[in-house]
Ligand binder design. Structure first.
Ligand SMILES: C[S@@+](CC[C@H](N)C(=O)[O-])C[C@H]1O[C@@H](n2cnc3c(N)ncnc32)[C@H](O)[C@@H]1O
Length: 214
């Protein structure tokens, strides 16, 4: 795999538990919304422990799920065995996705564009592998619209947060970057979703973006 190896065993253990907790408190519904109506061949980037896999509709014929972190990838492989649709879990990173140009009908990112080191590069790769007219489905936490909260998020990003949260950033805008990469946002719902009152990773967005022709 090109780039710096990613290895976060402690984060992987904690995040797997947090994701399971979130699943029971609304996260499962968000993931179903994220994936509803997808069909054909899908690439999921930064699949983590595979929390999305069980929510893919049966109209999806194949998911190629890439995950660079080895502990999460092992869990994703287990989740793939229980998935209702075929899922291939691969070692790869957003910056260098597997497969030729325009191979996939859709791409999926959930809680990943907060973490990739270079959003523009990750989105350029998604643009490359999704066919013209295909979809990018996104579920992300983004920077707060409240100025004081955004200031706290920026301070956390510049100090401790990425170190304790597997490289995550709190103050990314994300949706403008999706558009800059050549996707037209067709729907985007913004909503609060806090697992604990003081957790700063909020608000969230779920949406659909359409890949333009080159
Ligand atoms: C907060 S977790 C989200 C996992 C999963 N997508 C979910 O919805 O639960 C962030 C994920 O991004 C992955 N990640 C970090 N850097 C990455 C990169 N450069 N390319 C792809 N995935 C990356 C992490 O290993 C981790 O699985």
């Amino acid at each position: 795999m090109a780039g710096k190896p990613i290895n976060h065993p402690t984060f992987a253990r904690i995040y797997t538990r947090v994701a399971a907790y979130a699943e029971q408190r609304g996260g499962a519904e968000h993931r179903r919304t994220l994936l509803a109506g997808l069909s054909g061949r899908v690439i999921e980037v930064g699949a983590g422990a595979g929390a999305n896999f069980k929510h893919y509709p049966s109209t999806v014929t194949q998911v190629v799920a890439v995950e660079p972190e080895p502990h999460l990838r092992a869990r994703a492989q287990q989740a793939a065995e229980r998935a209702p649709i075929p899922v291939d879990v691969l070692e790869a990173a957003a910056e260098s996705l597997p497969g030729p140009d325009e191979r996939f009908d859709a791409g999926v990112v959930s809680l990943v564009l907060c973490t990739v080191p270079d959003q523009a590069r990750a989105l350029a790769e998604l643009f490359r592998v999704i066919r013209p007219g295909g979809e990018l489905r996104f579920y992300e936490h983004v920077v707060s619209e409240r100025p004081w909260e955004a200031r706290v998020q920026k301070l956390a990003d510049a100090t401790f947060w990425p170190h304790v949260a597997g490289g995550c950033h709190l103050a990314r805008e994300t949706t403008p970057e999706i558009e800059r990469a050549g996707f037209a946002i067709e729907s985007c719902e913004r909503f609060p979703f806090k697992l604990a009152p003081l957790l700063p990773a909020d608000p969230h967005v779920i949406g659909v973006a359409r890949r333009a022709a080159r």
